[in-house]
Design a protein. Structure first.
Length: 239
């Protein structure tokens, strides 16, 4: 794959940590539907609503490495034990369950897509959101990334995810800054330099979500290294 470099206009962003001591407020969801939601969907809906509550319509790119894996695991355990499977649990076990609930709650028929790409999920979701907005900038694009570690039954997961949810609204008409993104393929991780060869090496993080969140929060360049590529992000104020 060739090296990639792109910039997205950021209007708003929101983050909800897995370690939060209170439950996310999702009262905009009907109580009947709300009680059926998983913890993952709840945090995803929270940050999505934070960014898009004032918009009449918004395209959604949902990203998650594991998605509703815990719900799926519970279903498989029920099957193994000879127990009946709940139709509701089954219908909400798909990767992009949150996007359906979000669209129904808002009465929004705008397109929604889902991305899952292992440890590089957030990076490629940012690329997908950019591609959608660059193709049609007439309406905003909302990127929602939400994940939680896999059940211990699956053993050790390489480059395991950080729990929590992050939403970023792409909208040039209301942007507060620009997020510069880059992916560079390499054979030798130690041989590659950051964006600016004269600048200090950006802080490196264990997961892409930690890196992007730090970039948005501290307005500082960051990077994440995979086995065959280097991902980098930097923040630029204004239009």
């Amino acid at each position: 794959m060739p090296d990639l470099h792109w910039t997205i206009p950021v209007a708003r962003w929101s983050f909800w940590p897995a370690s939060a001591s209170v439950a996310p407020d999702i009262r905009f969801i009907d109580p009947m539907a709300r009680r059926r939601l998983s913890a993952l969907s709840r945090v995803a809906l929270k940050v999505a609503h934070d960014c898009a509550a004032s918009l009449p319509t918004v395209r959604v790119v949902f990203a998650s490495r594991h998605g509703e894996l815990r719900r799926t695991t519970d279903i498989l355990c029920d099957i193994s034990a000879g127990e009946p499977v709940s139709p509701t649990s089954f219908s909400l076990s798909v990767l992009n369950a949150m996007t359906g609930v979000f669209g129904i709650a808002r009465g929004d028929r705008a397109p929604a897509s889902a991305v899952s790409a292992g440890a590089q999920t957030l990076g490629y979701a940012l690329l997908e959101a950019h591609a959608q907005y660059a193709t049609d900038a007439s309406s905003p694009v909302l990127l929602v990334y939400a994940d939680e570690p896999a059940d211990p039954a699956f053993g050790t997961i390489e480059d395991e995810v950080e729990g929590g949810a992050l939403a970023i609204l792409l909208d040039a008409s209301a942007q507060t800054g620009r997020l510069e993104c880059a992916r560079t393929a390499f054979a030798d991780a130690a041989a590659h330099a950051p964006f600016d060869a004269d600048a200090a090496t950006p802080a490196r993080f264990a997961t892409q979500s930690e890196a992007v969140r730090q970039c948005l929060d501290a307005k500082a360049p960051v990077q994440w290294r995979g086995p065959s590529s280097l991902w980098q992000w930097s923040w630029h104020e204004g239009a």
